[in-house]
Ligand binder design. Sequence first.
Ligand code: PMP
Ligand code: GLU
Length: 400
Amino acid sequence: MKEKLATRVRQLKPSATLAINAKAKALKAQGIDIINLSAGEPDFDTPEHIKEAAIKAIREGFTRYTPVAGIPELREAIATQIQKDYGLSYTPEEVVVSCGAKQALFNLAQALFEEGDEVLVLAPYWVSYPPIVELAGARPVIVPSEKENLFEPELSALERAITPKTKGLILNSPSNPTGQLYSQNFLKGVAELAKQHGFFIISDDIYDKLRFDGRGPENILTVAPELREQTIMVNGVSKTYAMTGWRIGWAVGPKDIIAAVSRIQGQSTSNATSIAQKAALEALCGPQDCIVEMREAFKRRATLLYQKLKEIPGLDLPKPQGTFYAFVDFSAYYGRQAPGGTTLEDSLTMCDYLLEEAKVATVPGIAFGDDRCLRISFANADEEIEKGVSRIGEALKKLA
Ligand code: PMP
Ligand code: GLU
């Protein structure tokens, strides 16, 4: 028999974030008292008025194929939203609606990158960026950063990573997994490099409404609007409106790139779900107070988690400035022994230990390109966060 699986997929790892969240949910369903601090989704329910819009769509029979790139009114609403949030003008033809921001990113990578290309990925990075780049045949080039610099890479290191093969760079601010924002200075520096070397920028703005400093969304185009022809913005309703399961995201950028993404979509998944598109339309055009409520809750929990973690000797982290993630350095405990005799030597063994001993689920930093840290999600109730952190503290005390 011939080799069963294509080379492309033999190397492909499952998404660590999805896998761990699923494991934590399964253990909980078995009755084990797990505190799940691994979740990459809001713990809130989708707001009622959004659900009602979907129910209405079903009742009215809005259940057929839609145009591949999305229903015109949703593409229009997204363009309006970009104008409101970023002060940038786009036409509906410069918007494509996909099955989640993840699919928008995947299709974009297919449209832009190929064999021989290099794509700059800033570590710590969201788990799926390197595989998405690799599945397009290109090579992710990882640029590291330090917690002391709030996980912002040195511009000089970024510049050194650029070669004639550099075709793109992926930005995500506020960032999953660090919860940090890139500074305006950094974004300006990146913009200069993009201009000089002509590479494309994918701006993953999925957490743009979840920043805690009271400022509106900012990205590379707000500091350098002249990069319009080489920047594509990605966003969606998952995080902003607690709609992860509805699978609606989008890409906004130059018309020819968006048309290419739509062609790929037309030959793979076709349109995003018709009903979910109607729900997303209501999310964008209906009342917006749900965002404020959720953001205030995340902001309060960020402080709670930060303060509790800082009470544990040896743990170190910058305070989250957005999202619902903290990225915590546990490496002071590496080399120590668990009661069973296992030496905890990296983020994977530390995560396993915390799940076994403390019954707390977290995500190993290695999945995000930094083995010193674990990602701790605060998309959970205050009491769960407090209980989870104190259990982590107790488990760490048991290490020899
Ligand atoms: N980008 C980042 C940084 C994320 O954390 C997520 C969440 N999974 C996504 C993109 C994709 O979001 P979705 O596909 O649910 O729109
Ligand atoms: N973005 C979330 C996370 O990082 C959801 C899981 C995923 O899509 O990877 O946990």
